[in-house]
Design a protein around this ligand. Structure first.
Ligand SMILES: NC(=O)c1ccc[n+]([C@@H]2O[C@H](COP(=O)([O-])OP(=O)(O)OC[C@H]3O[C@@H](n4cnc5c(N)ncnc54)[C@H](O)[C@@H]3O)[C@@H](O)[C@H]2O)c1
Length: 457
């Protein structure tokens, strides 16, 4: 999605302050500005604000730089490092600050509550404070307590965007959830989004807060389910791709989040599943299904590393592993809780040398060779690991890969490469949940699978 791919709206005269210029805050700020509101976005990082004023978006998010620049040029979007002065003039203040996990898994509300403390005395009468950060049930009451203002309504408006498609998700959301104890405040927040076509679910604050955790925990559970099924497919000689396709074409199930991989990661699923388990425990409720999903995921990353290590030629003193991809998924530069990073650390601990190529990563990482292209990463490698589903890996020159590698094995934790093409190049292929030997029948299937997939989509 580019800047000119969405309809621009006329000015509304509504002043919005967005606190936190991260993946969520900056997307919301740019999105609300393009819906016609006058938005000021703040961050405690002065350097981030300086760069944003120059139109430089500090992370990878498709289309966002175009919209940010365009909204700045229209004077609908400005940036500030002062929460107080930015919030003081606002009709709506969106809290988009981090809620990282504490040691026991509970969400750390420090940033959210500090901001509420800070801005409370300065808000104009009748302003609405909107919590976008993912926060535990009951946070709305805590925020209201910290604001300490009876004239200010607090609304929960959890965010469901996915990194990599954040802007598209803003303009074409599946739903907007608004939780408030004041119908007037809920309607006021809903009206900010007028122009977007989707269901608006208005409910109480606690329910809205829980909808966000329930959604993420459910998606993570689906992924753990399909990863476990992938193990069964390997043991039973079945193919997870067709199992997932067969399941996903049932309308009651649907095809999304049924692709096996090296485990789920990112800045949300790991912390939100753990936080939900803690929220439930605090209310005397056990969530064994979510606990299992987390456990399966923790085991998954070490199982992938064991798989890679078994492919290293016997007794090699310091094997070299090439790794394609480091981000937790394609389309983002976010490394938070990335399974690829966990695998790199375990491989280093096991005595391997690791050569990484990821299109978004150029900074030094301790103990790791960061390569500028995917072939350099393969130079002298005993095993090639596909860790992130960047589409360009699927188009690699596999004959060249074969020539420059010292070994011959490709461990494809994303089932991204074409197994038959890997075999044809003289390499051995190990996907997840797929037969490891390419028989003639499987080779034939490999050639028909893609056209069939196109026809059915
Ligand atoms: N990233 C996602 O895909 C996603 C999706 C939905 C919900 N969320 C939730 O949204 C929240 C924000 O996530 P994110 O990924 O955008 O985080 P982020 O780390 O990318 O951005 C947060 C920003 O807030 C700034 N900040 C911290 N304290 C501040 C303060 N007191 N005042 C002003 N700025 C401050 C930080 O400097 C940072 O730039 C979290 O609760 C997260 O769980 C994230």
């Amino acid at each position: 999605m580019r800047g000119n791919d969405f309809a621009q709206h006329g000015a509304t005269g509504i002043q919005v302050c967005v606190i936190g210029a991260g993946y969520v805050g900056l997307t919301i700020a740019a999105g609300l500005a393009s819906l016609g509101h006058t938005v000021i976005c703040t961050d405690t990082s002065e350097s981030r604000i300086r760069r944003l004023r120059l139109g430089r978006v500090p992370f990878l998010e498709e289309g966002l730089p175009d919209v940010v620049t365009e909204m700045q040029a229209m004077e609908r979007l400005t940036f500030s490092s002062s929460n107080i002065s930015a919030a003081a003039d606002a009709d709506f203040v969106f809290l988009c600050v981090p809620t990282p996990p504490k040691a026991g898994g509970a969400a750390d509300l420090r940033h959210v509550l500090d901001v509420a403390n800070q801005i409370g005395p300065f808000l104009k009468p009748g302003a609405v404070v909107v919590t976008k950060s993912t926060v535990p049930v009951g946070t709305g009451d805590l925020v209201a307590g910290r604001l300490s203002r009876t004239d200010i309504a607090v609304v929960a408006n959890p965010e469901f965007l996915a990194e990599g498609t954040a802007l598209r998700d803003f303009f074409r959301p599946d739903r907007i959830v608004i939780g408030s104890n004041s119908l007037q405040a809920a309607n006021a927040v809903a009206s900010l989004y007028s122009g977007l076509e989707c269901d608006v679910i208005v409910t109480d604050i606690r329910t809205a807060e829980l909808i966000k955790y329930a959604s993420n925990a459910y998606l993570a559970t689906r992924l753990s389910f399909i990863n476990s099924l992938a193990d069964l497919c390997e043991a039973a000689g079945a193919d997870i791709r067709d199992v997932a396709r067969g399941m996903g074409s049932d309308r009651r199930i649907g095809p999304a989040f049924l692709r096996p991989g090296p485990g789920w990661g990112g800045s949300c699923f790991p912390k939100d599943t753990r936080a939900l388990i803690r929220i439930a425990a605090d209310h005397g409720v056990d969530l064994p299904l979510v606990r299992s999903a987390v456990q399966i995921n923790n085991d998954r990353k070490s199982a992938m590393v064991r798989r890679i290590l078994t492919e290293i030629p016997d007794g090699h003193p310091q094997p070299t592993i090439a790794m394609w991809g480091l981000t937790y998924k394609a389309g983002t530069d976010d490394l938070r809780d990335s399974p690829a990073v966990a695998m790199v650390n375990d491989l280093l601990a096991a005595g391997a040398a690791v050569q990484v190529f990821d299109p978004t990563q150029h900074e030094r990482i301790d103990g790791v060779v960061i390569c500028h292209d995917m072939y350099t990463a393969c130079q002298g490698a005993h095993v090639l690991v596909v860790a992130t589903e960047w589409p360009q890996f699927a188009d690699a020159d596999l004959s060249l890969v074969r020539k420059i590698m010292a070994g011959q094995v490709v461990v494809d934790t994303r089932n991204l490469l074409n197994a038959a093409a890997v075999h044809s190049a003289g390499l051995r292929y190990r996907g997840v949940g797929v037969p490891s030997k390419v028989s003639d029948a499987a080779r034939l299937l490999e050639t028909v699978r893609e056209p069939l997939a196109v026809m059915s989509s």
